[in-house]
Design a protein around this ligand. Structure first.
Ligand code: FES
Length: 657
């Protein structure tokens, strides 16, 4: 007789186990991650699973509730005291009696609420670096003079298999008191035992697991933060490391803006001011600590329950956060002080969380392609696909990654701040009151537009009342793309990007300013126009982006890409159709062009919740070939051809269809 077959979902891992095997043990032996804090004492409730009932013909399994042992006394006690949702079972206390399909609930679903316009809902399988381990430690015995800490280690090895445990030095003076503390409502103890929960971190450089904190009784919650330090915004998720539940997500503006709007001006600030680096490091760390306070308040979490932190950021933010002078990044050859992944004690970087908490930084890809691009690469996984994926994060610099499972190449391209609304006469950052959508009637050349904060178009009744509070204040990056594309589609600008003065006779919207012309988008207060210089700025930015992409396509030897992923805030708002009309991106099936929100932050979250993802991205980054656009003589030539709308050299057949 063959042993029962057990299939675990969503991982799809399966195996045969003798009747009577606890489901938790079966999961463990297959490498299916099921949380457990109490070590199978049926007190923590972390090991819950669900039995899927039915005939799973594809897997040749008939799964039924009768194939799992009925609830025993311990599980019933747990249900009585703490409650167990319908259909849920404690896997540590349920035995296999026959074939089973077991669902391991995953709470971390990155969905549209977490990430604006996420390409897909996604489940991150958990395997956090931090584990909570409840143990019963022998009380001291005069006949066995082993120290309290040493007996704790013995218990951790016996129950959890931890060998060679190290201990955070800050913890040692506190150990005796913690072991001797009794709390009400704790699991029943065996005679002569103390119950404590050790917080074990198992992703250290030393590869030896570390006890980073210790709590009396059963501690049943541990948190982590995943943080993306952007030059403009710092974004953070606060996550339960045990369930994967996102307790809170928030953002704050990067206070370094007061030292310089864009990255290069911040590097110049460091070069000109002897205390500049220190001031900026302090500013960003304070902002991160402030944001931790904010997410903890929102999620009702004590910041000392944060035991693990993962950070991503562009190279300059990465360096300033770590207290490294970024001057070398401001000039060729753009040398990073360190490119590999890094680990710290959080307090070494002044991060105010648990004293034993660890901090992990994803690797940087190149001098201008940072740990944020590594995060986005981990999130979107071009190296996991057969198809050729283009991943772009547009900011002052566009970070570009192109590849598939065979080969991945990356570069950055100096797009400048035009896409963010800077250096555009009526441009502004995306904020309430900014125009975000534009249409131009090709016959009359009359525009209509929509502003952030209102659903109405400007030609709809009630628009002026709707925008009374915010006003109409400027044009944000996505609308600049749209308005220039619409001007091109309606014939106001030529392929070369020149605003056609002959149109002035056709519409009062075309206004002459000296030797060039402008398009009047809004005749009110303030008056918003698109000038010839604005069109030029967009042409330069889009040509830089396209030239970077094209260079990578040439390196890959491909003349088209299969999928395009836009990461970052800019990508979330931009309409792919207009991006293609202007030739920002190469020709691609429009259905395959997707915005993926803060993919860098999602990558950080993945690395936080599953330490295997850390090894995955470290290896992937090692394999990525870095291309320095400044060193490619061909770059300038592609750049010039890419100034035209949409482009002088490349066809856009998908756009035409
Ligand atoms: Fe704690 Fe099952 S492992 S209840």
């Amino acid at each position: 007789i063959t042993d029962p077959l057990v299939l675990f979902m969503p991982s799809g891992k399966r195996g045969r186990f003798p009747v009577g095997t606890p489901i938790l043990d079966a999961a463990r032996s297959l490498g299916v991650y099921v949380e457990s804090v109490c070590g199978g004492r049926a007190t923590c409730g972390r090991c819950q699973v669900e039995v899927q009932q039915g005939n799973f013909a594809k897997h040749k399994i008939v799964s039924s509730n009768d194939h799992i042992s009925p609830k025993g006394a311990k599980e019933e006690r747990y249900e009585r005291v703490r409650g167990l949702a319908d259909g849920r079972r404690l896997s540590c206390s349920s035995m296999i009696l026959g074939d089973l399909v077991i669902d391991v609930p995953q709470d971390t679903v990155i969905n549209a609420q977490t990430i604006r316009k996420a390409a897909t809902d996604r489940v991150i399988e958990r395997n956090a670096a931090v584990q909570l381990c409840y143990v019963e430690v022998d009380e001291p015995d005069m006949h066995k003079p082993l120290g309290d800490l040493d007996r704790l280690k013995v218990a951790l090895e016996k129950d959890w298999g931890w060998k060679d445990l190290l201990v955070s030095p800050h913890l040692i003076p506190r150990i005796q008191k913690i072991l001797r503390t009794r709390l009400p409502n704790q699991p029943e103890l065996s005679e002569g035992k103390w119950g404590v929960t050790a917080v074990v971190h198992r992703d250290m450089d030393s590869s030896r697991p570390f006890i980073i904190d210790l709590f009396p009784g059963l501690k049943n919650e541990a948190y982590g933060i995943a943080c993306d330090i952007g030059s403009t915004t710092i974004a953070m998720h606060l996550v339960s490391l045990l369930s994967g539940r996102i307790a809170a997500s928030s953002g704050t503006s990067n206070p370094q803006i007061r030292f310089g709007e864009d990255l290069m001006s911040r590097v110049s600030y460091v070069m000109m001011n002897p205390d500049g680096r220190g001031a900026m490091t302090q500013a960003v760390r304070e902002a991160v600590n402030g944001l931790i306070g904010k997410v903890c308040k929102e999620g009702n979490v004590d910041r000392h329950d944060i035991f693990d932190c993962v950070f991503v950021g562009n190279p300059i933010m990465h360096h300033l956060f770590l207290g490294i002078d970024p001057t070398e990044l401001g000039q060729a050859p753009f040398a990073l002080a360190v490119s590999g992944a890094l680990q710290y004690w959080a307090h070494e970087i002044d991060i105010d969380v648990n004293r034993g908490a660890r901090l992990y930084l994803l690797p940087c890809i190149a001098g201008h392609v940072g740990a944020d691009a590594a995060g986005a690469t981990l999130s979107e996984g071009p190296y996991r696909q057969d198809s050729m994926m283009l991943l772009v994060d547009v900011g002052t610099n566009a970070e570009i990654v192109l590849g598939n499972r065979d080969r991945v190449v990356a570069a950055s391209s100096p797009t400048g701040p035009a896409f963010e609304g800077a250096e555009i006469s009526s441009g502004q950052r995306a904020a309430p009151g900014a125009i975000e959508r534009v249409r131009i009637d090709p016959e009359t050349l009359e525009p209509k537009y929509r502003v952030i904060g209102s659903e109405l178009w400007s030609d709809e009744p009630g628009f002026e009342e709707a925008v009374q509070v915010t006003g109409v204040t400027g044009i944000c990056g996505s609308a600049i793309i749209e308005v220039v594309a619409e001007m091109y589609l309606s014939g106001i600008i030529s392929e070369d990007g020149v605003i056609d003065g002959a149109m002035a006779g056709k519409s009062p919207r075309i206004i002459q300013n000296g030797r060039t012309f402008s398009y009047l988008l809004r005749d009110g207060e303030p008056r918003l126009t698109v000038t010839q210089n604005d069109v030029r700025a967009i042409q330069l930015a889009k040509a830089a982006l396209y030239a970077g992409v094209k260079l990578l396509m040439e390196k890959q030897g491909v003349d088209h890409v299969d999928t395009i992923r836009f990461a970052g805030a800019f990508g979330s708002f931009i309409d792919p159709k207009y991006a293609m009309v202007l030739g920002l991106i190469p020709d691609c099936d429009l259905a395959e062009v997707k915005a993926v929100g803060n993919a860098a932050g999602t990558g950080a979250l993945m690395a936080l919740l599953n330490r295997n993802h850390r090894r995955e991205i470290e290896q992937a980054v090692n394999r990525i070939e870095k291309i320095e656009t400044a060193l490619e003589p061909h770059f300038q030539q592609i750049f010039i051809s890419a100034m035209a709308l949409p482009n002088k050299i490349d066809p856009f057949p998908k756009l035409a269809s």
